[in-house]
Ligand binder design. Structure first.
Ligand code: PGA
Length: 253
């Protein structure tokens, strides 16, 4: 055991309206049956649902997060959401640098770092996503890509208790493909080493997640790797039964 508390994160992406709030309640109820204390369970929601979700889930222990935030605290940025707004709406966490933002919104490592800094300024915990394309993997550049993304997306002098890193190979997201477990372990080992070299023993506090087509069955396999502290789940987090089945895997640790 690593001493790091397992973290199971759902990422609803651009899914969910008020009718979906009942799924969140079902997740919270399912977690409570067992006290819900052995893991941290978190759902990152569209910003439109956060306030209502946080009202509904008060006292349940199910954590809430945003999916992205702006680099600035406030200002003339039509359509954007600041970290302060997420916090005000009930979020404790935010994802930055998801590949769907890096690719779909042309976000660079520098932007991801600025967003993470904005989130830390307001007291959120940040989940920074990194991951290679299929081409990069086939070219044998995975470790270089991941190391570079990490180095440039995370500033020095971070309170590492408020940092989570999710390794999400881009080609595994939403495709049903999961890398070989040894390949995941190789990336996680490389990430941990680079955290130690940058942050010393404080690097030990960062939780390293895997994400990309995680389902209950793959969660069981991932659990065997001590270097994986939890999972970031997209599609399977939209249904309470699937998400709870993944949480159960980690609760039985
Ligand atoms: P997926 O998404 O589980 O649907 O592959 C993961 C993610 O994008 O975070």
């Amino acid at each position: 055991m690593t001493g790091r508390r397992p973290l199971v994160v759902g990422n609803w992406k651009m899914n969910g309206t008020s009718g979906s709030l009942s799924e969140l309640s079902a997740i919270a109820i399912g977690l409570k049956c067992d006290g819900g204390q052995r893991i941290d369970a978190l759902i990152c929601l569209p910003a439109t649902l956060l306030s209502r979700a946080s009202e509904k889930l008060k006292g349940t222990g199910l954590l809430l997060g945003g999916e992205d935030c702006h680099t600035e605290d406030s200002g003339a940025y039509t359509g954007d959401i600041s970290a302060a707004m997420l916090k005000d709406a009930g979020a404790d966490y935010v994802i930055t640098g998801h590949s769907e933002r890096r690719i779909g919104h042309c976000e660079t490592d520098e932007m991801v770092r600025a967003k993470a800094n904005a989130a830390w300024r307001i007291g959120l915990t940040v989940i920074i996503c990194v991951g290679e394309t299929l081409q990069q993997r086939e070219d044998g550049r995975t470790l270089d890509v991941i190391s570079r993304q990490c180095l440039h997306s995370i500033q020095d002098n971070v309170d590492t208790t408020h940092l989570v890193i999710a390794y999400e190979p881009i080609w595994a997201i939403g495709t049903g493909k999961v890398p070989a477990m040894d390949d995941i372990a190789e990336v996680h080992t490389c990430l941990r080493k680079s955290l130690y070299s940058r942050f010393g023993m404080q690097g030990d506090k960062v939780r390293l997640l895997y994400g990309g087509s995680v389902k209950p069955a793959s969660a069981i396999t991932l659990l065997k790797f001590a270097c994986v502290d939890g999972v970031l789940v997209g599609g399977a987090s939209l249904k309470a039964t699937d998400f709870l089945a993944i949480c159960d895997v980690y609760r039985e640790l």
